[in-house]
Write a protein that binds this ligand. Structure first.
Ligand code: ADP
Length: 389
């Protein structure tokens, strides 16, 4: 700075000059500036990790929660945050989330259990419903069948009686012709007379079968506790001529050791008729040589114990769609030869004794007919119980 110096007259006599150097100040300013920058950077460098550490303490539980949510979203209901090690709000939120997930998992499990139980119940009910439906269908079929049989039976009984009279007249007249002609002349037409005799006998047999079919109860004589093995052996003796003629091999598989057949309650004459019918059918189906297998063993049906007799052959078998029809009255493939009543009568007789008769084709070829009859003791128990009721 400059200041003029004047004397007492006011005349400028000199100049007062004051000055100092600027450089030290600029240097000081710069130094202070850099010092502040350095301190700021140092503080920043020191505080950054601290802040990061603090931030991590806040964000890592949040990240963990977000990951947990994602796992739950993907279906992993066991995902949990676990302990965050914090007592603050974030720690509380994480703990709360875990307890909510616990509840969800428990409810989900309960729902699954219920669903499983419901499925089981539905399955059980479906099975029961199916069984009931099947029974209903069977009962319906039986009802239809018994109605059919009743009306067929009525007609049959009438027709059979009507036929018996003319047949008796024919037979009587054939005898009269024989007697009138005398033994020598009768000899000349012997073949024709024998033919008439045979045919009359055939008509008689068919009529008696028809009557038996129409009124099976009239033919049943008595029921007794019966061992099947000797009865089946007797049947074989009775059809021996057929078996021998066709060179049929007979295999008897009577299980006497592991599952011996128990005695059954049925009229022996009726059962013999059924078995003979099955053997003759089998022989006819084999049309020549073949193997006839007769198996006998103890077996359960609908939780009841009984005897199971199977007559199997190596014949032509039965077309699958005709398996159910073979028991229908008048079903026959032996046109002109068969009556189609054998199996139908057999079914009536076996069912009347509380048994079951069924047919199937064998894998090896041929048909197999099975007769199951309840054990004599069991059927008597059932009768006593039903009588008591
Ligand atoms: P029929 O022998 O007089 O024809 P059935 O009632 O005994 O009357 O038999 C009915 C039909 O069942 C037979 O015509 C035949 O077609 C069939 N059948 C029975 N048994 C057998 C068998 N073992 N193999 C093949 N078909 C059979």
């Amino acid at each position: 700075g400059y200041l003029p110096l004047t004397d007492s007259y006011g005349t400028r006599v000199g100049m007062l000059y004051v000055g100092f150097l600027e450089a030290p100040y600029t240097a000081a300013k710069k130094e202070a500036y850099w010092t502040i920058v350095a301190v700021f950077l140092a503080v920043l460098a020191l505080s950054a990790p601290l802040f990061l550490w603090l931030a991590k303490g806040i964000f890592s539980p949040l990240e963990r929660m977000s990951l947990t949510m994602k796992r739950v979203e993907r279906g992993d209901l066991t995902a949990r945050n676990g302990s965050t090690g914090r007592q603050d709000e974030i720690g509380q939120v994480a703990g709360h989330l875990d307890s909510l997930l616990d509840q969800i998992q428990e409810r989900d499990q309960r729902l699954r259990d219920w669903a499983g139980e419901l499925n089981q119940r539905v399955d059980r009910r479906t099975v029961e419903l199916r069984a009931a439906n099947k029974k209903l269908e069977e009962t319906f079929q039986q009802l239809v069948m018994s109605e059919k049989l009743a009306s067929i039976g009525e007609i049959t009984a009438g027709v059979a009686h009507e036929i018996n009279n003319p047949v008796a007249v024919i037979q009587g007249n054939v005898d009269v012709i024989r007697m009138t002609l005398g033994p020598e002349e009768a000899q000349e037409v012997g073949t024709e007379l024998d033919l008439i005799d045979n045919q009359v006998m055939r008509i008689g047999a068919i009529v008696s079968k028809l009557l038996q079919f129409a009124r099976p109860s009239e033919f049943g004589t008595f029921e007794e506790s019966l061992d099947l093995a000797p009865l089946v052996t007797d049947c074989l003796v009775l059809v021996d001529h057929v078996i021998a003629r066709q060179a049929i091999q007979v295999e008897k598989r009577f299980d006497q050791e592991t599952h011996p057949a128990p005695p059954v309650r049925i009229d022996p004459g009726e059962l013999q008729q059924v078995v003979i019918n099955l053997i003759l059918n089998a022989a006819q189906a084999m049309e020549g040589d073949g193997t006839l297998t007769l198996s006998l063993q103890g077996a359960d049906r609908d939780d009841r114990y009984g005897a199971l007799l199977t007559v199997a052959d190596s014949g032509c078998g039965i077309p699958e769609d005709h398996l159910a029809a073979v028991f229908n009255p008048f079903y026959t493939t032996k046109l002109g030869e068969g009556t189609g009543l054998g199996l139908s009568i057999s079914q009536t007789l076996i069912q009347r004794a509380g048994g079951i008769i069924s047919a199937r084709n064998r894998k090896a070829g041929g048909a197999a007919f099975s007769i199951w009859l309840p054990a004599a003791e069991a059927s008597q128990d059932a009768e006593t119980t039903s009588a008591a009721q």
